[in-house]
Write a protein that binds this ligand. Sequence first.
Ligand code: UDP
Ligand code: MG
Length: 315
Amino acid sequence: MNPTFSVVIPAYNEQEVIAESYKRLTKVMAGLGEPYELIFIDDGSRDATATILADIAETDKNVILIRFSRNFGHMPAITAGMDFARGQAIMVIDADLQDPPEVFVEMVQKWREGYDVVYGVRAERQGETAFKKLTAGLFYRFLRGITDVDIPNDTGEFRLMDRKVCDAMKKIQERNRYIRGLVSWVGFKQTAVRYARERRFAGVTKYPLHKMIKFAMDGITSFSYKPLRIATHMGWAISLLSFVYLIVVLFQKLFTDTTITGWASMVAIITFSQGIVLLVLGLMGEYIGRTFDEVKGRPIYLVKEVINEPNNDPV
Ligand code: UDP
Ligand code: MG
């Protein structure tokens, strides 16, 4: 029989926390008093994460372990979990216990009231650098500003989805997935619960700056063309300014005795405009590269092994 709840937990090199996450999740899920499954995705970990989880899966048949052939990333891991999930409600949570599993109780309550998506809003964030909090805060607001999709601020992947939302999400085959945005995009009846994001239970972040930048660019490019239009706007502005300047220069030449000096200003103008041209080219490259990824149509993830693979009752 299919469980009522499926919890999706992506894990990459989380050996310090994974056993504790399992314990806390089990406590919360068992407390809900209905059948559940914990779907752990080992995203190509190089530490003991997979061994620890395999041991757990041997004694607890509620645990499913999906092992990737290599590290594919946080979003592909969640995607795999959603593909395997059989529950009526699907929950997503990080492995590092920054999002307290106990919040699921409230999420389930809202789901029972008839909401299809219940997402967690980070009312505060502990144990994260001021830099991360500031850049994340600015980014969420910037993204909202440039897109027409109503993506909530300060929201990560911590959420509950109804089966029908999960099925809708499975129809989206995008490669560079920005899941928190896609969930808004699919619609349905959504609500928020506010919670305090805790510090990592143990271990270090698996999102170094370059991954954060890539992720931010995925968010922007998947949900807006506006950055491409910047080129047009800047083009107009610069042409207009140079036209005005041309008239000034002509006027000086024809009607005054002032000699026009200044190769320094020429160099400044040329390098400035060259900088803008390169910037816009790079920006276009971001879109073209992602289009290329879509055209290649490679699978989003590859599975090496599934432990406690569910027998496929129709969901
Ligand atoms: N993660 C993953 N694959 C990756 C990077 C991260 O599955 O390539 C998982 C990680 O194990 C954790 C979640 O994604 O469960 C969020 O990562 P992390 O806590 O390091 O990010 P942060 O909270 O610092 O933004
Ligand atoms: Mg974390």
